[in-house]
Design a protein. Structure first.
Length: 443
């Protein structure tokens, strides 16, 4: 099946991504001027600001933005600064009836109007309501996420996400809730971190334990500024990789499928793990050996659906064809990545860490589909130990082992640029093409 659609941009050829895009302080400064102040970026999940008065402070480089639920169905975003003498107003997340400055006590309604200036009469007519209201930042929502954009003249979020949304909307991502969330600082450029998670080409070496139960050869496509990859040309899940079998297909995929799901649960613990392990066990018990692979996978899908229903969780109205077309991994420009599924999602976000091109703030989270009222209360956890398998799981620690080594290698006098695979790493070449184009438009 052709995964292209009429909105799909032509595939971007490999090309060379200049090393300087990852290592130069000048390039990071250009991003700080021409990318981040102009682009839609995911600030938080709606569930983090579920009640009126809940706020989340989103920081990007030297900018800080307050995202707050001002009314039941009204989310607002403001620059996190007091119009009196510039103190920041919030830090982290919390709940408040009004916004308040700890310096001289000015206050604002959640809708941004100033509600208190101590001794305001002393300014006379020199202080207008507009002067002392919080300064708004554009905000919009999609898929359960809240996005902000500092550019008042930007395109809409709808338009920005359009080429990806058409593939992802059937998953009802807004119906997912946090399962776990972890953050750290990675010793590499924010794009190096992202690019470890928007391609499947590294699996054969970095995660080579997975080849025993999956055929790992991916294909990737650009969709406007976004891109995805999937296993459209691979053997069915549960097959051994063709790299191990000289291309021979696996006759009975059932044991591989169970191994795959159990190993993922043990080494990644992403949101869909419970359902998929349960379904794969049922496949072993209820589907006879010798069943053709596509029938096995159809049963597997049916058992996942049944498990969801038995737990009272609402399975989305998505067709197998829609799931097939969506692939498994999306990179939403500029810095959001997700491995999506009908019952769970693994998400990633990278942001520059100050003006240091060699480090980034890295967030990983798992979302899951819960029965209403069964959603856990999930706290954000931090660890700076990237080798802590107990905290991160085996898969992420394997990925992290490449980060500092790539950042160091890219500074070598023997390295001029990256050469993404033209079929399997289109998300990387498209990302850099889009990044440079986007920044040029802002000049
Ligand atoms: S700086 Fe905020 S009230 Fe003075
Ligand atoms: Fe990986």
């Amino acid at each position: 099946m052709n995964v292209h659609s009429k909105t799909v941009a032509p595939q971007v050829a490999g090309g060379v991504v200049p090393a300087l895009n990852y290592i130069s302080a000048d390039f990071l400064r250009e991003e700080a001027e021409l990318l981040w102040p102009r682009v839609w970026q995911m600030a938080c999940r709606e569930e983090e600001i579920a009640r009126v008065g809940d706020f989340y402070t989103y920081d990007i480089l030297d900018q800080s933005i307050i995202v707050v639920r001002a009314e039941e169905d009204l989310i607002k975003a403001y620059y996190n600064v007091c119009p009196h003498r510039g103190r920041t107003l919030t830090e982290g997340c919390g709940h408040t009836a009004r916004l308040f400055c700890k310096y001289h006590g000015w206050q604002w309604k959640l809708t941004g109007e100033n509600s208190r200036v101590i001794d305001r009469h002393e300014w006379g007519a020199d202080l207008t309501d507009e002067d002392i209201a919080l300064k708004e930042v554009k905000v919009d929502r999609w898929g359960g996420w809240v996005y902000i954009n500092m550019d008042p003249d930007s395109i809409s979020l709808e338009e920005h996400l359009a080429p990806a949304k058409m593939f992802l909307d059937p998953y009802d991502l807004g119906g997912l809730r946090y399962h776990w969330r972890k953050s750290t600082i990675l010793p590499c450029n924010w794009k190096v971190a992202l690019e470890a998670f928007n391609e499947g080409y590294h699996v054969q070496t970095t995660h080579n334990q997975m080849l025993r139960y999956m055929d790992d050869i991916t294909r990737s496509y650009a969709h406007g500024r976004h891109a995805h990859f999937g296993y459209w040309e691979a053997l069915p899940s549960g097959s051994k990789s063709r790299r191990l079998t000289n291309g021979e297909p696996t006759e009975d995929i059932r044991p591989g499928l169970l191994d795959y799901m159990e190993d993922m649960a043990a080494t990644l613990n992403a949101g869909s793990s419970v359902q998929t392990v349960h379904a794969a066990r049922r496949v072993m018990q209820e589907v006879p050996p010798g069943t053709p692979p596509m029938e096995v996978l159809q049963k597997f899908g049916q058992f996942i659906f049944e498990y969801c229903a038995s737990q009272g969780a609402q399975f989305p109205a998505i067709t197998p064809e829609q799931m097939y077309k969506a692939g498994i991994d999306w990179h939403l420009f500029p810095n959001q990545i997700m491995l999506q599924g009908p019952t769970g999602l693994l998400g990633y976000r990278a942001r520059p860490n100050g003006m240091d091109p060699d480090s980034c703030i890295w967030d990983v989270y798992s979302l899951q589909r819960y029965a209403p009222g069964k959603e856990p209360k999930v706290e954000q956890e931090w660890s700076m130990d990237h080798e802590d398998v107990g905290f991160w799981g085996k898969i992420l620690t394997q990925d992290y082992q490449n980060m500092a080594a790539v950042q160091k290698g890219m500074k070598s006098r023997g390295f001029t640029g990256a050469r993404p695979n033209p079929l399997q790493e289109v998300a990387i070449s498209n990302f850099h093409k889009s990044l440079v184009e986007f920044m040029d438009e802002g000049r």
